[in-house]
Design a protein around this ligand. Structure first.
Ligand SMILES: [Zn+2]
Length: 226
């Protein structure tokens, strides 16, 4: 990971190979993947030890976002989060059967705005709770190369539009767009980040900073993937 952080994979190894007369893209030594670069190791390597760490990083960052939501104005609404197994509990489905039977897509987080967490889980489609409209809101978190942040955001927004439409057919009110949140894998923070957190009710600067510091600290400290 340290090699990826300091671009050794991209520069040092590559230059060494070039000296020996080897040119062009070199396969990853760990998984045989397409190109031995920092972006590959931090984002796409299929070697189980590395890919497991990539998933752990994603889940940790997503839980940090969930804790951030707990500090903000949407803390009281029921929230489903797909951030890996916790203490032996099974993965939490973010589109469970009571929401839509048989759905396979799993957004990272779904907030039932208007449905209090204290009311338990609804048994089916609900449009209001004691006079307050209930609306589903989907959230996606992604960690990617700094150069691709905007691409990934657009990809995530487009990816969940069909699910939004299926949920609407089922009878749910669903917000127009998923809130897509992206962080650069080397600690880069997108200029719109405060706006995304605001969409999730994290409005106080100190609360937003807590979440962002966890994300960028995790990535930029030593470019660990965990
Ligand atoms: Zn690899």
């Amino acid at each position: 990971m340290a090699r990826a952080r300091y671009d050794d994979l991209h520069c040092g190894e590559w230059r060494k190979k070039k000296k020996k007369g080897v040119t062009g893209a070199q396969p990853c030594l760990a998984c045989g993947g397409p190109y031995d670069s920092w972006a590959h190791v931090l984002l796409g390597c299929k070697c189980p030890g590395v890919s497991g760490a990539i998933i752990t990083r994603h889940n940790g960052d997503l839980r940090a976002l969930g804790r951030g939501v707990n500090l903000g104005r949407q803390a009281r609404w029921l929230r489903l989060i797909n951030a890996g197994r916790v203490e032996g509990n099974p993965d939490q489905a973010t589109i469970p059967d009571w929401m839509m039977p048989g759905e396979r897509e799993k957004p990272d987080m779904v907030i039932l705005r208007g449905w209090p967490v204290t009311a338990g889980v609804p048994s089916g489609v609900v449009r209001e709770f004691e006079g307050t409209p209930v609306q589903l809101h989907m959230v996606e978190f992604t960690c990617t190369s700094e150069a691709r942040l905007d691409d990934r955001l657009q990809f995530k927004r487009a990816k969940y539009r069909p699910l939004r439409d299926r949920l609407r057919v089922e009878g749910w009110a669903v917000s127009e767009e998923v809130t897509a949140v992206a962080i650069g894998v080397r600690g880069g923070v997108h200029v719109d980040t405060a706006g995304w957190l605001g969409e999730l009710g994290i409005e106080r600067e100190a609360d937003a900073d807590k979440v962002i510091n966890i994300w960028s600290g995790r990535c930029s400290g030593a470019t660990r993937v965990w």
